[in-house]
Design a protein around this ligand. Structure first.
Ligand SMILES: [Zn+2]
Length: 286
């Protein structure tokens, strides 16, 4: 049998899976990252060898943090300082002799939702992830929307009209003081409320939902997507009521553009991994 390999290369952990041609995961492994590039690559290659077993690898897809050059497959994930200008595509195709594609984790996660998360056929599809940080990926007819010179649009770093009981604590890691990420991500929530998302009171969740709703409103006004799907630990922790509240805020502020459907991902923590499998099977449009 032949198989496809998906890699989710995160800042703190790696997930590697082997899947059949319908994307069904046959074997999977996870491991912690190190602070050494050589060690990380040895770990990844070992994990690939283990999930692949004796079978022929037909394609490989990988999700990783930006910035990166997806066409040349050169990656420099911000939260992994040992990884700078790593020619991952060349190394992986050289080592494994199969096609290899890599892209920003939120783009890959959007493809995972589109392919395996009940969003198939949606013409304009926006995926947002709310976890430690925040990110987004936008697909048009199942293809990743890319900006000027291949730039990745940063939905998390839009300014929003926010409410906050502790406004002096709003500070984005990108340097700007007023990004959506600084208000609704796990790290942002810790800075503002002094505790993790799972300990927020109902009133604090309501404030976070309001701010997310203002971000959704901006995205709906600018992109007019059909569907916005939201995943990641903070979104899953807030649950359907949190998403519904954010959606109400969005709808209340949309006067001229139609309101997209907004829903919570049901792929849990596997969105980027299954997206990487989808890319291993279908490739990325060049
Ligand atoms: Zn920012």
């Amino acid at each position: 049998m032949s198989i496809y390999i998906g890699l989710d290369i995160g800042g703190t952990k790696f997930m590697v899976a082997a899947a059949n041609e319908s994307g069904q995961i046959l074997r999977r492994l996870r491991a912690a990252t190190s602070t050494s590039l050589e060690q990380d690559l040895a770990t990844l290659n070992q994990m690939i060898a283990e999930v692949a077993g004796e079978e022929k690898i037909l394609g490989m897809g990988a999700a990783i943090g930006g910035p990166l050059d997806w066409q040349r497959g050169i990656v420099s994930p911000l939260h992994q300082p040992a990884w700078r200008d790593v020619p991952l595509k060349d190394w992986m195709t050289g080592r494994w002799g199969c096609p290899f594609w890599v892209d920003v984790d939120t783009n890959i996660a959007a493809l995972g939702e589109y392919t395996f998360g009940n969003a198939g056929g949606v013409e304009r599809f926006l995926y947002l992830t709310l976890s430690t940080g925040m990110g987004g990926g936008f697909l048009v007819d199942g293809q990743i929307y890319r900006g000027m010179n291949g730039a990745h649009p940063e939905a998390a770093h839009q300014a929003v009209h926010f409410r906050c009981a502790n406004p002096q604590a709003v500070q984005c890691e990108c340097g700007a003081p007023d990004c959506l990420e600084a208000l609704v991500s796990g790290n942002g929530i810790r800075r503002i409320y002094g505790k993790p998302a799972e300990e927020l009171s109902a009133a604090e969740w309501d404030e976070v939902a309001y701010n997310l709703g203002q971000g959704l409103r901006n995205l709906a006004v600018l992109y007019t997507p059909d569907l916005i799907r939201i995943g990641g630990g903070v979104a899953v922790g807030g649950g359907p009521a949190f998403i519904q509240r954010a959606c109400q805020v969005m709808e209340a502020h949309l006067k001229l553009t139609p309101a997209p459907q907004v829903s919570l991902s049901d792929l849990g923590y596997d969105t980027a991994l299954v997206g990487a499998i989808a890319v291993a099977i279908h490739g990325l449009e060049q």
